[in-house]
Structure formats: structure tokens, C-alpha cells
Design a protein around this ligand. Structure first.
Ligand code: BLA
Length: 502
């Protein structure tokens, strides 16, 4: 495959940015055949670095270009996807040499050594990161703390913690910025701003800089008989998609650093740093940023896992009390409406209904019995399995608008195969004003057959109606478990009754 000449609306998230065939111009790249050790690819600026011409470079080997001990170290790292870094000097200039095996070739990249980081400072940074994150009492304070630390350590003009939602739209949840900049805190951005292939690369690489959006990238050259582009997924110098360059230029941004916040192998969000002029952070400091972000990601993950565990335990406790009550005394009224241990309390719903033997009992705030009957009929036909969830009922259900305020969220579970009996939980509508960074419905336009990102990122507000809070996995699990128990009890009661009648 080769890089397409034209990127349009249909292939935006298919733009193969990993084979862009160019690098950013602050460094040099070449790639070798692992066996013959001859050059297969090199960035055009290598000709200056090594004072050679095109015909020569493709016939030289690794040993012709670098010291033997450096070559030995490069060749000792053939393990895929691991990068090693060495300090080298070429023509009296110091470089950081970064090398990795991309599966086919050994890629060697050189960049200026830049402002170093001594190990004492580095350890202080880590220790400060860990202790300040430990002090943070909740998720949001943790994000604020991380943004502040990263701003202090790396000096970007604006540092944001950007969190993805279930549909890969994102929101700036924390921000630390220079005082003259306007705030983007709380602004939302559509998923198309960071397409899926770009997100995927962050899982592989962790940290990436764009040192100067106005620099002219350097082409990667190869033998004319070679038709394959070099896979740069893990390259430190990979050049940037022209669409993203235009995007940053429309934002007046000059340089970025982006670090992946990952837990459970999923991209939770990004640390997004902007500078309004060019800015280069050298490899060792990028690694330190990656490490700090990993510490932050782990802490964030632990904290949210703990919170979830607390909620799950609480819900389990209520469920077992409820089951005990049900098996002692099968009384629908008690199960549904009495005090703290009712079916309402196993989830975070504000209303619940139990429908057994054509009888409906409700707890909390619910639609009327008539409305619930209609809703169950509809759900029965609509759902293919025994469970149905939505946090946007009025989108699917015609009569949903009448009950939108109390039942925008519906979790319905059928107790038996015949779908006669059911339990329903309801969540209310949460009306929100969502502020977007620019109109998300015009995130991209086609200009002279060329795709361009929006030019204005000014706040654009939209009323978000008809939605409830989402149903969490633990709520759905609790509903399923409760249903199993109720089904068992119903069967048991039925058997007892038939035994009595015999
Ligand atoms: C990449 N888009 C990105 C990246 C971010 C954003 C953080 C990661 C790369 C980086 O900057 O280092 C988006 N940046 C944001 C957002 C904020 C921010 C939302 O600061 C909010 C504050 N972009 C578009 C459209 C397309 C597109 C319409 O707007 C495609 C049609 C593509 N974005 C795009 C591509 C990349 C990208 C291809 C990857 C760039 C690369 O790595 O080469």
C-alpha cells in the first residue's frame, strides 16, 4: 500500500498515517535490512549528515555509517516494538539515536540531544508526581494535579486532560494555561477530530511531539524497485497528517506534545499540550513524560475501579437482603416499595416497576401503570434478548416524549422466556448545555475537492435533551442477577402451589 494522493470525506479515518513517507525535519531516519545490514530507506537530509550521495547511501551498510559498538547495540535489540536509545556523536554534533525493529526493518532515528534531564531532577519529578497524585481525593482533582505537574515540568503554554466518551467524542476535563489564553475547559470535540487510526497509534507509542507545525517535512527515499512504504507506526519522527497540521494551524498552535492515558488496554484520554511557537522536547524527557502519564493512568484506573467496587458491593448487599426477604415471604409489595431494600436500590435508578401475572407494582418516580403497560408491550417486541437498555428512550420509542422527564433511561429485563413478566428501572432526563469547540456538525468541509477541518473553534453551544445518565455495567449485572433469583423463586412458588393442589 502507498499513501493516497487525496484524502476525502470517505477515507478520513482510513488515511494511512503510519506510512506517510516523511519525517519531521528536526531529525534523521534510515532503515536497514536486518540480515544484510544494508540501507533500504533514508530521509533525504541524511545525504547532508553523512556527506554522501544517493547512489552511495543505498549500497552502504550499518557499519559504514556508525561505530562498531553502536552497531552491536542496535543489532542486539531485534525484539519487535522495543526502542533503545543511545548517545552518539556525528561530525562533532551530539545526537540521541533511537532504534527499533518494525517487523521488517531496523529503523534508526537521530535527533538533537537537546536539553538533557539529570537523574536527580528526574527522580524528584517522579516522587512529586506520585505524592501529589496520592493527595488528590477524587478523579477530577487527580486530573487537575496531573495537568499542573506536566505544565511545570515541560513548560507548554496550555496543558489539557482530554477524556473520551463512549462514542469517542471528547471533553477537556482539566486545563492549566498561560493567563493570556482563553479557557477551553469543559469544551467538547467531535470524534472525527482524532480519527480511529490516530487513536490506535497512541496505544502503540504513548507519547508524540509535533515540534513545529510550519516545518517542511523530509521525504523518505528508497530504491526505485521497492514499492513498499516504510511502516512508521513506532517512529519517533513520523511526519504529521496534512489535515491535522491544518487543524492545528487553524487553532494557531505551533507545537504539541500528546501522551496517551490508557487503562485496561483502552484509551481513556490524552494529555494534550499546546505551544504557540515551535517547541522540541528531547527523547529522554519524552520518556519521562510517558512514565509520569503511566503513573497517572494507573492511579486513575485504581481509583475508578475502587469506586466501582464500592458501588458493586453495595448493590450486592441490597440484592442478597432482598432475595432473603423474597424467599421468606413472597410479597410483591414488600419487594417493590418498602424502605431501603427494594428493587429500586440495586441500581442508581430513580424509579422501578415489577410486572408479574399482569400486575404492576411501582417504586420511586415512574410513568403511570397504563404507560408502563404500553412500554412493556413495545419493549417485548423491540428487544431480541431478555434485556433492553437505553439512555435515550424518546429516540426509539414514539410515546417516549410523554415520559421523557422521568424515563429517558430504561433498563428492562424479562424474567421468563415467554417475556410475560418483567422488571423495569427508570432514570430521569438530564438536560445539559454542551459547549463544543466549534460547530461539531461542520467539523469538516470539502473545499475545492479538498477536505479541510473547521476554521473556528469558538464556543458553540447545544442543548442536550432526552438523555439520562448511562446504565453502568454493574447496574446491568445486578439486574441480571436479581432476575435469575426472581425467576427461581417464581418456579419454586409455582411448584409449591401445584404440590398443594394435588
Ligand atoms: C490527530 N487530533 C489529533 C491529535 C489530537 C487531535 C490531540 C493527536 C496528535 C497531536 O496533536 O499530537 C485533536 N487536539 C485535538 C483536539 C483538541 C486538541 C480535539 O488539542 C482539543 C482541545 N482531524 C480533523 C479531521 C480529520 C483529522 C476532520 O479535524 C480527518 C478528516 C485527522 N487528527 C487527524 C489525524 C491525526 C489527528 C489524521 C493524526 C495526526 C498524525 O499523527 O499524523
Amino acid at each position: 500500500t502507498l499513501y493516497p494522493k487525496k484524502v476525502d470525506l470517505t477515507n478520513c479515518d482510513k488515511e494511512p498515517i503510519h506510512i506517510i513517507d516523511k519525517i519531521q525535519n528536526h531529525g534523521f531516519l534510515f532503515a536497514f535490512h536486518p540480515k544484510s545490514k544494508t540501507v533500504a530507506y533514508y530521509s533525504e537530509n541524511c545525504l547532508d549528515l553523512f556527506d554522501t550521495d544517493y547512489s552511495k547511501l543505498l549500497s552502504v551498510t550499518l557499519n559504514d555509517l556508525l561505530r562498531d559498538d553502536v552497531v552491536d547495540q542496535i543489532l542486539s535489540n531485534l525484539e519487535k516494538e522495543k526502542t533503545i536509545a543511545l548517545d552518539v556523536s556525528i561530525k562533532n554534533k551530539s545526537f540521541t539515536l533511537m532504534s527499533h525493529n518494525n517487523g521488517e526493518y531496523i529503523i534508526v532515528e537521530l535527533e538533537p540531544t537537546g536539553q538533557g534531564i539529570d537523574s536527580v531532577v528526574y527522580q524528584e519529578q517522579l516522587s512529586r508526581t506520585i505524592s501529589e497524585l496520592n493527595l488528590a481525593s477524587d478523579e477530577l482533582t487527580m486530573c487537575d494535579t496531573a495537568a499542573k505537574l506536566i505544565k511545570d515540568f515541560f513548560g507548554y503554554d496550555r496543558v489539557m486532560i482530554y477524556q473520551f466518551d463512549a462514542n469517542w467524542n471528547g471533553k477537556v476535563v482539566s486545563e492549566v494555561r498561560e493567563p493570556e489564553l482563553e479557557s477551553w475547559l469543559g469544551l467538547h470535540y467531535p470524534a472525527s477530530d482524532i480519527p480511529q487510526q490516530a487513536r490506535k497509534l497512541f496505544l502503540k507509542q504513548g507519547v508524540r511531539i509535533i515540534a513545529d507545525i510550519n516545518s517542511v517535512p523530509k521525504h523518505i527515499l528508497k530504491d526505485a524497485s521497492n514499492n513498499n512504504a516504510l511502516d512508521l507506526s513506532q517512529s519517533e519522527l513520523r511526519a504529521v497528517s496534512p489535515i491535522h497540521i491544518e487543524y492545528l494551524s487553524n487553532m494557531n498552535v505551533g507545537a504539541t506534545l500528546t501522551a496517551a492515558i490508557v487503562f485496561q488496554n483502552q484509551l481513556w484520554g490524552l494529555v494534550a499540550c499546546h505551544h504557540y511557537s515551535p517547541k522540541f522536547i528531547n527523547y529522554h524527557r519524552r520518556v519521562s513524560c510517558k512514565f509520569i502519564t503511566q503513573v497517572f493512568s494507573t492511579q486513575l484506573g485504581l481509583r475508578s475501579a475502587n469506586l466501582l467496587l464500592q458501588k458493586t458491593n453495595q448493590s450486592n448487599k441490597i440484592r442478597s437482603r432482598l432475595i432473603e426477604k423474597m424467599s421468606q415471604n413472597w410479597d410483591i409489595d414488600t419487594i417493590v416499595s418498602e424502605g431501603e431494600n427494594s428493587i429500586l436500590d440495586v441500581t442508581e435508578a430513580t424509579g422501578a416497576a415489577l410486572c408479574i401475572d399482569q400486575q404492576i407494582k411501582t417504586a420511586g418516580i415512574t410513568p403511570t401503570v397504563k404507560e408502563i403497560e404500553k412500554l412493556i408491550d413495545w419493549t417485548r417486541k423491540k428487544s431480541e434478548s431478555d434485556i433492553f437498555t437505553t439512555n435515550y428512550l424518546s429516540e426509539k420509542y414514539d410515546d417516549g416524549k410523554e415520559i421523557v422527564k422521568i424515563a429517558s433511561g430504561l433498563l428492562a429485563i424479562f424474567i421468563n422466556k415467554s417475556k410475560r413478566d418483567a422488571i423495569l428501572w427508570f432514570k430521569p432526563e438530564i438536560i445539559q448545555t454542551v459547549n463544543w469547540g466549534g460547530n461539531p456538525h461542520k467539523a469538516v468541509t470539502l473545499e475545492n475537492e479538498k477536505l479541510t477541518p473547521r476554521k473556528s473553534f469558538a464556543k458553540w453551544s447545544e442543548e442536550h435533551t432526552g438523555h439520562s445518565d448511562p446504565w453502568l455495567d454493574y447496574e446491568i449485572a445486578a439486574a441480571k442477577a436479581l432476575k435469575e433469583h426472581i425467576a427461581e423463586i417464581i418456579i419454586q412458588k409455582y411448584e409449591e402451589i401445584t404440590a398443594l393442589n394435588e
